[in-house]
Design a protein around this ligand. Sequence first.
Ligand SMILES: [Zn+2]
Length: 516
Amino acid sequence: MNLKSISTKRPVLIALAMLVVATLSAFLLFRNSSQEHATYRQDNADRAKKAPGQVATTETTNDTTAQKTDSPRIEFYTSTMMPGEVSQTPRKDSMGMEMVPVYESEGSMLELSEHARAMASVETAPVQRRKMSREIRVVGKVQYNETALANITTRVEGYVERLFVDYTGIEVKPGDHLVEIYSPDLLVAQQELLVALESQRNPTVVESAKRKLLLWGLTQEQVDDLVRDKKVSDRITLYSPIQGTVTEKMVVQKAMVKPGEMLYRLANLESVWVYLDIYEYELPWVQYGQMVEIKSEALPGQSFTGRVWFISPVLNEETRTVKVLLNINNTEKKLKPGMYVSAVIRAELLADGKPAPTGVEGQWSCPMHPLVIQPQAGQCPVCKMTLVQIPGTPTGAKLDGEHLLLAVPVSAVLDSGVRKLVYVEKAQGQFLPVEIVTGPRTDDSYPVLSGLNEGEKVAVRGNFLLDSQLQIRGLPSLFYKEGQAAVAGHQHAGASAPATPPANGAKPQGHDQHKH
Ligand SMILES: [Zn+2]
């Protein structure tokens, strides 16, 4: 349990660790290429402006405008070590490192040379349409089918005279004798009935004498025999009410038993229940009627299937799990109560990321006996209650095409917890961060709800590096939707600015002030 709860936090930790590593390596990796880049661009900029110190301040000459197409203007300089530290003039940052220029037209598009791309190990994969399913692996425990249990208790006081079933594990059928009890009280009660019959006194006395014997566990047939044959017996035999296995035996030869004492516990093992503990975050994919495959280490190479027929309405607050119940056919009695099993629930997904119908939708079931599933309305064969229809669209309505979902690999998605970003390769070596909306994560991918098209190539490796490079340059990146230039702009203007990106989508004001 604990292991699993820790593992849910792991992706976040890994993501943070990767980001730190990526930021550092991005600095080392892109430092050279940025500087080369800078030199090349700086040449152009120098041609446009006499003094480098005046770049992007008050001067916006015609030259710059003329050269805009092939050599973009430097918008500002940014520190490679201290994200958010920017300057309008080339200078060293607070750590003494040369700042690198950020060009106006760069936007959020990141251009990588073949060399840089290889160094960053950037790999891409196309966004594809495919079938998606969510697999939940969980452990469970075999339990008795609670509806097929019987306790054998005695209703009379007496002594165990004969034990027909004298060890646990015996299979019994309905009507099989289990134990014979010698009971003096029973003898007295039978004689009372005979006396009442002979004296012909009061029919109510006869009736109450008969009822006493019935209440003590005699069958109507035995009472009738007694009335007819007048043969009293000081013995009473207890019979099995169900077909099943003796799972517990509390009685021994010659023991004294008292009314209400339990002698045997019987269970029918031809069907067993399996309880699965499903974590709350897995619940969206578990639904009534789903087929589940289970395996036990005690039965190598064998698997069993059963339907989810009950999902507990309450959550266990200690384990953060919900009990889900399967009913498994066990006519060969291979599954034994108490066994641990591993289960796999496989939910096929629809386009919106929700699980596909299980096939029982639209059929009829009993609220008391969820195992009863019928195609037509009617009465429960067990308890005669009126059947209710299972909600949902009948399976016949679903189309195969609906199951092909636009899938993006999990490794392509940078998740800040608030938004998800992928890096799309728009042209060879040109990466653009794109915010996407996804459905819930499946095994290795997310269903894309918006933001991507089929066939687009996304970075599945090196994307943290790409993102940190944008972050270093103060451009919009995973954690800074608007980039950090806005914050830095205020700093440059002399105002104390918070170290957070602006909440609204407004363009940074600081630079505009300088430009005009
Ligand atoms: Zn019923």
